[in-house]
Write a protein that binds this ligand. Structure first.
Ligand SMILES: [Zn+2]
Length: 430
């Protein structure tokens, strides 16, 4: 072969990435048959909002155009960031930088445990620095579209905090993987897959009480009319109201959101404070009913099962092709074998390429669960109007593109696009 292997791999990766970039085409505003029909206001009556004059119509159209621009910029950023990460990992491996790092660490200690620990931390810091321009671009995009409420220093503080949390989780995970690689070179991927499931369950359980409070303050929804209504709704759904919390999401963003999170004793529904402020009680009821649907249909467990299968298959693929790549490019990589921690970026690289190939699977699975939760919300509330105005407000405030291109929906959307959610409600028969 005349061409250097590094060049072949690089050009393959670049062309995959380029195809994705071309696919990220904007949808023309004319295609958007469902422009958001209400505006964000603290006004309790969505009817009033929709009967406002032509200026509001103009405002809606401008907002829609802005949403399309925002989503296009975000999609392009997503794929550029992915391509950038791949190129970085390839260069880091094939220029021998990874092996160089490991050799330097071995000058301090030869103990496997500490080599893995120091390498992991060093690698994370390098990834953070190299990825910083891309992260910063993401932050500036939120500002450009007037969605962020954070100053640069607040944002940076949170990024560093997240790095610290990730560092602790990564240390445990990487030490576990390399212990398995050293002790069971043939069957490591089975042990790692099994431990992955338990590790994920523990993380999902602990996240609401250990990790999430590091970034936001969570307050139980205070007693009052809203809480009473939601308790009534939970009786109707025959579920325990559990814990309904609000979080001070407005310190980071102007967007609104709600989620169902936790596992077992930490299960909870969380509402962003913006949502409580901007949405009517009827609309909040729709949101809560949707989240109750996730709870009742055991979506967190399904998600864990799904990601475990996907990750298990990923570990198996790494086991199959990792050693071949190490042997084939021995001179360039200078990685001894799979149990050499300098191969960590290779494991990541294979995982990311695997993730690109299987990219549409996770969002499709998620869209299916979201549709189920929407159906549950409609059944529970029997209130189509509130459901539709909730969707309209979500799109308006969050700058969601109600009608993304089908390719983008297929690859990236973990919820059905707003226009489809509205159409689903319009056509729903009780
Ligand atoms: Zn949902």
């Amino acid at each position: 072969m005349n061409m250097k292997p590094t060049n072949i791999i690089l050009s393959c990766i670049l062309s995959i990435w380029f195809v994705f970039l071309i696919l990220v085409q904007p949808v023309s505003p004319q295609d958007a048959s469902q422009p958001p029909s209400s505006i964000s206001s603290t006004d309790d009556s969505s009817k009033e909002a929709s009967s406002q004059g032509t200026q509001s119509q103009l405002e809606k159209e401008e907002r829609l155009k802005k949403a399309i621009d925002y989503q296009r910029a975000k999609n392009i950023h997503h794929f550029v960031d992915q391509g950038y990460t791949l190129v970085f990992l390839v260069l880091f491996l094939f220029l021998g930088i990874s092996a160089f790092f490991r050799r330097q660490i071995e000058r301090i200690t030869k103990k496997r445990f500490w080599v893995v620990a120091f390498y992991t931390l060093l690698f994370l810091v390098v990834v953070f620095i190299v990825g910083f321009p891309s992260s910063y671009y993401g932050f500036s995009l939120e500002h450009k579209f007037e969605l962020s409420n954070q100053t640069f220093s607040q944002w940076l503080g949170e990024e560093l905090k997240a790095l610290l949390v990730l560092g602790i989780i990564a240390l445990i995970a990487v030490e576990g993987i390399y212990l398995a690689l050293r002790k069971a070179p043939r069957r490591w991927w089975i042990y790692v897959s099994v431990v992955f499931i338990f590790f994920t369950i523990v993380l999902v359980n602990l996240a609401p009480i250990l990790i999430m409070p590091l970034f936001n303050v969570y307050t139980p929804l205070p007693a009052g009319e809203l809480r009473d209504r939601l308790v009534k709704l939970s009786h109707k759904a025959n579920v325990e109201v559990g814990d309904i919390f609000t979080m001070d999401m407005s310190k980071q963003t102007r967007k609104v959101n709600a989620m169902f999170t936790g596992l077992g004793n930490t299960k909870r529904i969380v509402l962003g404070d913006n949502l409580v402020k901007e949405f009517t009680p009827d609309e909040i009821e729709v949101v809560i009913a949707h989240e109750m649907g996730h709870n009742l249909l055991h979506h967190i467990w399904w998600g864990i099962l799904f990601s475990s299968v996907l990750a298990g298959l990923g570990f198996f693929i790494i086991h199959l092709i990792g050693p071949r790549i190490i042997t084939r490019f021995r001179n360039k990589l200078r990685i001894e074998n799979m149990a050499d921690v300098a191969g960590l970026p290779l494991i990541l690289l294979i995982f990311i390429v695997y993730g690109i190939i299987t990219m549409p699977i996770s969002p499709a699975f998620s869209r299916h669960m979201e549709r189920q939760a929407d159906r549950f919300a409609l059944e529970m509330t029997q209130n189509k109007e509130a459901f539709i105005s909730t969707m309209d407000k979500l799109a308006y405030i969050n700058l969601a593109d109600p009608n993304p291109s089908p390719v983008i929906e297929f690859l990236l959307y973990d919820h059905p696009p707003i226009s489809k959610r509205i159409k689903f409600a319009q056509e729903y028969e009780f």
